[in-house]
Write a protein that binds this ligand. Structure first.
Ligand code: SF4
Length: 231
């Protein structure tokens, strides 16, 4: 049964304020403040701050990506918003009943998630999508705090191997052994007393344009997660 508590957003919280104000990684601060806008977005003002998670902290599902996209979250100020990966992901979340609409374009587009919260392991876009281990480590307390706030959490969906490793890092920090676990699409890893970790290829254009990840594949993982909910 779906939890009856009302949705709880991160908006207005101390954690959101701390994330947005963070300047811990000099390379990423430099990049987010100075990265060149795409010609098609040149007239827009980019967000250029860290991008916290978005959705329902009372939800049973956490969807975890690696980082905001330069022309997506870093432009719009909302995670998984305004780029092709976001469109693909949100369309699948809508098909599986976790989102009220199939698109995610801007902070005022009316998108709302039901029973799920989306965030990234790294709150700032890294150049070339390649964060350093130190940057991931700097940002990990924010992910730990977001997870701590999710009192109904049952399932974590890691999008891609880097998000998968970032979640294993979280498990390691809370004392859960994860030795030997390897990333593969469509798997479920169960840990005693902890949320189940599901996996999907990342919905990047490289994967979706080549058919490595289809909408049907991602929706199928989301439907499995729903079926596995215990409450
Ligand atoms: S990546 Fe995380 S820790 Fe680094 S500056 Fe951005 S918000 Fe701060």
């Amino acid at each position: 049964m779906k939890p009856t508590k009302p949705p709880v957003p991160l908006a207005g919280s101390d954690l959101r304020r701390r994330i947005i104000a963070c300047r811990l990684c000099p390379r990423l601060v430099e990049y987010r403040e100075n990265a060149k806008a795409r010609p098609s977005f040149a007239a827009q003002e980019y967000w250029r701050k860290p991008v916290p998670g978005f959705g329902d902290l009372n939800g049973r599902l956490l969807v975890l990506g690696l980082a905001p996209a330069t022309s997506g979250g870093m432009r719009t100020g909302r995670i998984f918003t305004g780029d092709s990966s976001s469109r693909f992901l949100v369309s699948a979340l809508h098909s599986a009943g976790f989102a009220n609409q199939p698109s995610s374009e801007s902070v005022d587009d009316g998108l709302a998630y039901t029973d799920c919260y989306l965030t990234a392991a790294l709150k700032c876009a890294p150049p070339g999508d390649k964060p350093t281990p130190e940057e991931l480590s700097n940002c990990s307390p924010y992910l730990d705090d977001e997870i701590l706030l999710m009192g109904n959490l049952e399932s974590v969906l890691a999008l891609g191997s880097l998000a998968f490793r970032a979640y294993l890092g979280h498990l390691g920090r809370v004392g859960v052994p994860t030795r030997g676990l390897k990333f593969a699409h469509g798997e479920a890893h169960r840990f005693r007393g902890m949320p189940t970790l599901y996996t999907s290829y990342h919905p990047s254009p490289r994967n979706t344009n080549t058919g490595k990840l289809t909408k049907g594949m991602l929706t199928s993982v989301l439907e499995t997660i729903k079926r596995d909910f215990t409450r």
